[in-house]
Ligand binder design. Structure first.
Ligand code: TMP
Ligand code: ASP
Length: 239
């Protein structure tokens, strides 16, 4: 069933399958930050991100969000539809943290109402620069109506994700999404949604429970991700 390696990224490997429309994503134990400048391997991280992403995508399916996700295959791998990925990182911010605090001098925790949506051009050599819509049309060839759809979906997904995480006792501070086109031309949510790609703060204590524990060296990555998975399992099962 699992075919040859198609692509290896920083956190996942992508494999062909017998079906040309489907791929297997294999989550690695590696964690990187600052465009790969900080790197470490954490046994068990791949399992945690695979299981967390699978749970989150299933919850989004219940809210009728269209994604590339088909099913988890085992502890570290999932089956997805093949998409032609739009090379954009779509970031939605509910509160200030990370790059926006440095770039614009905004204090951490500042509330954004409405949420701020930012586009970054997915290009490691250029360090994923912040771009505007016209840059995106030029650099990625995306059409105006598809970019509008991406933004609408990202803000809707923000509402669903905020609620999913709130039920797990977590505040969704910000997150990054990627979108891709299926072979029939439909645009769907792709990639992963995990503590690697979201900032999640404990609702009661404000403790950081995401990749910032690794970026800032303030805690155990796997213990933190294990707690996120447990909380999601408890809150999804309790529904
Ligand atoms: P930033 O504050 O560094 O711009 O990150 C915003 C959000 O996007 C945060 O939740 C982490 C996530 N993110 C990724 O998933 N991949 C990346 O390469 C970067 C820079 C951020
Ligand atoms: N994902 C990026 C990297 O691997 C940056 C980050 O998440 O902080 O370097």
């Amino acid at each position: 069933m699992k075919g040859s390696l198609l692509y290896e990224g920083k956190a996942k490997r992508v494999y062909h399958t017998d079906d040309p429309e489907q791929l297997i994503l294999s989550y690695k134990d590696d964690a990187t930050a600052f465009n790969g400048k900080k790197k470490e391997s954490f046994p068990g991280k791949g399992r945690l991100n695979n299981l967390i992403t699978s749970k989150v995508f299933q919850s989004l399916h219940q809210q009728h969000i269209k994604t590339h996700f088909i099913q988890a295959l085992n502890e570290t791998e999932q089956l997805v539809y093949k998409t032609d990925i739009v090379p954009l990182e779509v970031v939605v911010r509910n509160k200030a943290a990370g790059s926006i605090t440095r770039r614009l001098g905004i204090s951490e925790q500042t509330l954004f109402q409405p949420p701020i949506l930012e586009l970054f051009y997915k290009n490691d050599e250029l360090n994923d620069p912040l771009i505007n819509d016209v840059h995106a049309y030029h650099l990625t060839g995306i059409r105006e109506q598809d970019l509008t759809l991406i933004k609408e979906q990202a803000l809707l997904i923000n509402e669903h994700l905020s609620s999913i995480f709130q039920k797990a006792g977590l505040e969704l501070i910000d997150f990054k999404l990627e979108f891709g086109f299926l072979s029939d031309g439909r645009l769907v949510l792709s990639d992963e949604i995990s503590p690697d790609t979201c900032r999640l703060w404990d609702l009661e204590t404000g403790t950081k429970m995401d990749k910032d524990v690794f970026r800032e060296g303030i805690g155990s990555l796997t213990d933190t991700y294990e707690r996120i998975l447990q909380r999601l399992e408890e809150s999804v099962c309790a529904k």
